[in-house]
Design a protein around this ligand. Structure first.
Ligand SMILES: CC(=O)N[C@H]1[C@@H](O[C@@H]2[C@H](O)[C@H](O)[C@@H](O)[C@H](O)[C@H]2O)O[C@H](CO)[C@@H](O)[C@@H]1O
Ligand SMILES: [Zn+2]
Length: 279
């Protein structure tokens, strides 16, 4: 359950590609069309919300191409395409748009997700933590709607709910990797504790190694060209010594029992560890 087209790839693209390839039914629910995003493709600049306001429709096409690269075919929008609008960054005027996801009625929005749960019957659901990983209103709302849907769904609720996360140790490695780089995403940050995200390693529940699917993730990132320019630090990381980082994604487990794991903190390498698979 993601907020905008591109989040599925940035946060969980390798995981989605791995499970799709392994034969799991992967359903993506995206809450908005990303109407309020920036545009990093100069020839498309006129689509911006303040002008033609066509970016949402274009990002639907980017999402279609990205999910094809990930091998994911069940791609849905919460309440149907266009029901909820990208709310923009926190405390911007777009927060107050009548269809802004940030202002959605929680139970109404959760009801749309319950309908998906009742149809798909997921054993596992993935979304963001309480701060939406980095504080974007649509990410926070995606968290709230998902957790509310789990409360309302009864026997259609998942056995396990994961939240995307990055271990502090990986953040520190990333800061070291980019310390001398001109496109340092951590510029101005002295200490990993100063970052608004990052989870203590001991609170991580799963380290999903989908390294064999890193290239699928990169292809999907390239599909989101309006949001992820070729100069993005993600491409720098993928081309550098941090390339393995792109194929490994981490999660906490707020709902459900952790299955068998490895390492000092017993990290799972399978989101379905310990899950009862329906026939
Ligand atoms: C990854 C993600 O959630 N992207 C959102 C986010 O995009 C940011 C926004 O454009 C901001 O103005 C930029 O400075 C920042 O670099 C972007 O990551 O917010 C957008 C508007 O809500 C959203 O469309 C985009 O998907
Ligand atoms: Zn987002």
């Amino acid at each position: 359950m993601h907020a905008h087209p591109d989040d599925e790839t940035i946060g969980t693209g390798a995981t989605m590609a791995r499970y799709a390839a392994e034969g799991a039914n992967v359903t993506l629910v995206t809450c908005t069309l990303g109407e309020e995003g920036e545009i990093h493709v100069p020839e498309l600049a006129g689509l911006i919300a303040a002008e033609a306001d066509q970016l949402g429709g274009f990002r639907v096409s980017e999402l279609t191409v990205a999910c094809r690269a990930l091998g994911v075919s069940d791609v849905r929008f919460l309440g149907g395409a266009g029901r909820y609008r990208d709310s923009g960054m926190m405390d911007t005027p777009a927060n107050n748009h009548p269809r802004a996801f940030w202002g959605a009625d929680l139970d109404e929005a959760a009801g749309h997700l319950v309908k998906v749960f009742e149809e798909v019957r997921p054993q596992v659901v993935v979304t963001y933590d309480e701060i939406g990983f980095y504080g974007h209103p649509d990410h926070i709302q995606a968290h709230r709607v998902t957790m509310r849907a789990c409360e309302l769904a009864g026997d259609a609720a998942p056995q396990k709910v994961y939240w995307t996360a990055v271990p502090r140790s990986v953040m520190e490695a990333g800061m070291a990797e980019f310390s001398g780089s001109t496109d340092n995403p951590f510029s101005g940050v002295e200490n990993v504790d100063d970052l608004p995200f990052g989870t203590p390693d001991e609170l991580i529940a799963a380290r999903i190694d989908a390294t064999p699917y890193a290239e699928e993730k990169m292809a999907a990132l390239r599909a989101h060209a309006t949001q992820v320019p070729p100069t993005s630090w993600m491409f720098t990381l993928a081309a550098g010594s941090g390339s393995d980082m792109m194929g490994v994604e981490f999660y906490t487990l707020p709902v459900g029992e952790k299955g068998p794991g490895v390492g000092p903190y017993g990290w799972e390498n399978d989101l379905f560890a310990g899950v009862t698979l329906s026939e």
